[in-house]
Design a binder for this molecule. Sequence first.
Ligand SMILES: Nc1nc2c(ncn2[C@@H]2O[C@H](COP(=O)(O)OP(=O)(O)OP(=O)(O)O)[C@@H](O)[C@H]2O)c(=O)[nH]1
Length: 298
Amino acid sequence: MNSLTLPDIATQASRQALPLEWVGMRGIALPVLLDGQRLSAKADAGVSLDDGEARGIHMSRLYLALATLEQQNLSPRVLHQVLDDFLASHEGLSSNAYLNIHSEVLLKRPALVSPLAGWKSYPVSISASLKNNVFHVELKIDVPYSSTCPCSAALARQLIQQQFIDDFANKPLQHAEVLAWLGSSHGIVATPHSQRSTAQLHMHLDEFIDELPLSVIINDAEAALGTAVQTAVKRADEQAFALANGQNLMFCEDAARRLNLALRRCPGVSGFHLRVIHAESLHAHDAVAESHWHREHA
Ligand SMILES: Nc1nc2c(ncn2[C@@H]2O[C@H](COP(=O)(O)OP(=O)(O)OP(=O)(O)O)[C@@H](O)[C@H]2O)c(=O)[nH]1
């Protein structure tokens, strides 16, 4: 039997008395409940070390406090509770606590026409902090979508008009001939370029909401954009997607403005910063627009 007590380095005095803003662990593996789904997540947990004389914080106490998140759906209230636990276990050492959770939400999406459906994953990060008793929670979501360049579409249409002039000028129009011409790549000589695009949504949430408004935000963002990327696709779905893109031409500025107006109406969102990235197929660089908003308090 070992009668020696375990050395506890954390309780020693620091050789250099200096407070630290953030001390903790990053990348802790954790199963969480998000929107009723059990998901694999990574957590970053930390506190400030205000007592500059103290050698270290107690990492295990932060780690153990995360167990709450295995059982309860992630909500501002539960995040607040975990941050309270962080601080209660570091009384006299810390006044600020931080928790970030990174995961991917899976949503089942129906096809546009066929009776099929498939899964889409959305990267999600939740950042909560308790600083000098002020609680703050933010939510980041990435939403992928398709964007077709309106300028490219107009230029392509002009080329098609020019081809029509070349082929039909001074000729009586025959319905069957025009129909065949419209269905040929000889007639429709040019197509606009489209790109897979991403909306990076960074929202500040009301602290008293019961649950994180994940699906609401994703659904509203996709509805505002109009051309969400698809999952299961048959030809009928692809044709409907081509029509949706043709009726929904957008520059990155258009996408940013639409999202701004949609997010303002989302319940539980008190402010946001959004960035849309159109990964151009015209260029090797991206077209990007950003916008932010904060609710005015009466
Ligand atoms: N503070 C700190 N601890 C570390 C670090 N790296 C590893 N640890 C270890 O984290 C472990 C848990 O620390 P504590 O939470 O203080 O463990 P403990 O003293 O058994 O737990 P309590 O009795 O609750 O204080 C210890 O074995 C530390 O050595 C580090 O960089 N800083």
